[in-house]
Design a protein around this ligand. Structure first.
Ligand code: ADP
Length: 312
């Protein structure tokens, strides 16, 4: 977690606190004080061999340890408070951004549906670009809201029996424009009689949308994405396979961490927050399923998730 356990300066910069408040410095301080007090006790005991001296030195040790412990607890408390304030700030800011963004989206939709004929080619292009950016911002705000809900333990699912094939088809429909723009073919592979899965439909669609839009986004040139659904054991496994840029081996253990962006994709695709897979992992795990992937740099990636069969 820490940049470098013994590099106090780097740790202070990383955590944004003064040198004296870094965990390493506090531990070094505590260790040093304990050693000094022990030496003092030894010295006192050697020269004044009396029970009073022993009791006095024990009292001193306890007072010193309690004072340092108290200081550490205060620091941890303050950090937790700052963290809570940060989450609340993100939550309030995202909520405030939601309303004007919905209004912008609504006005653009109105403009395109009612007054499209009055626009020339250039104006239409501009309106489409505005619509595109506004959609990206809406998604970012919604991701930020989801992440704060997850971090505050307020991210709840409404479980029901979900027809996963239909959910996938809906998501594919929404991503067709993006795929066609990059000359990417989306192939679907479903067996007959797929059982309904136990999930929250809207949230599961967020997961599928995330995996599919990543597969499209992280493909440099034209290619194909295959979404496969298989019955496995007591449930269903969905996989999204692409032949895009893949994820470097040395970064694969961080893929589901908040704000993670791989070195190769970050250079190529600047729009991205690293929140999508963190949210997806939380949704799948809260649904009782598992999420994992296989990836080879410059060859492609396959993301999988499993969900249990619904009893209803
Ligand atoms: P975002 O795409 O917004 O950056 P995600 O959490 O969805 O955030 O993904 C995190 C990172 O994982 C991406 O930035 C990218 O580096 C890597 N990644 C995810 N999916 C793929 C994929 N299909 N191919 C290559 N890299 C991927």
């Amino acid at each position: 977690m820490f940049v470098n356990d013994l590099d106090v300066k780097k740790q202070a910069e990383y955590l944004g606190v003064s040198l004296w408040r870094t965990p390493s410095m506090l531990f070094i301080l505590m260790g040093t004080i304990i050693i000094i007090v022990m030496l003092l006790v030894y010295y006192l005991f050697k020269n004044y061999n009396s029970p009073e001296a022993l009791i006095m030195s024990e009292v001193v040790i306890v007072i010193v340890l309690m004072s340092i412990g108290n200081f550490i607890i205060r620091n941890v408390e303050e950090m937790a408070k700052i963290n809570k304030m940060k989450s609340e700030f993100i939550s309030i800011a995202s909520h405030q951004l939601k309303t004007p963004l919905s209004e912008i989206n609504w006005e653009i939709e109105l403009l395109l549906s009612r007054n499209m004929e009055g626009l020339n080619q250039k104006q239409l292009e501009i309106v489409n670009n505005v619509s595109d950016s506004s959609n990206k911002m809406t998604r970012l705000v919604s991701d930020l809201l989801d992440v704060t809900r997850i971090d505050q333990g307020r991210f709840f699912l409404e479980m029901e029996g979900v027809n996963i094939a239909e959910a996938i088809k809906e998501v594919v429909e929404n991503n067709q424009f993006l795929a066609k723009n990059k000359n990417i073919e989306i192939k679907l592979n479903f067996p007959e009689n797929l059982p309904a899965v136990l999930a929250d439909k809207k949230k599961i669609m967020i997961v599928i949308d995330n995996l599919l839009s990543n597969a499209i986004k992280y493909m440099k040139e034209s290619g194909s994405v295959e979404i496969k659904t298989q019955k496995e054991g007591d449930g269903v496994v969905v996989s999204v396979k692409d032949n895009g840029m893949g994820i470097p081996k040395y970064q694969q253990d961080k893929v589901f961490q908040k704000f993670f962006r791989s070195d190769n994709s970050g250079r190529y695709q600047t729009t991205g927050t690293g929140l999508g897979l963190y949210i997806a992992k939380n949704i799948i795990e809260q649904s009782g399923g598992k999420i994992w992937f296989e990836s080879e740099e410059n060859e492609g990636s396959t993301f999988y998730f499993s969900l249990a069969k619904s009893a209803v």
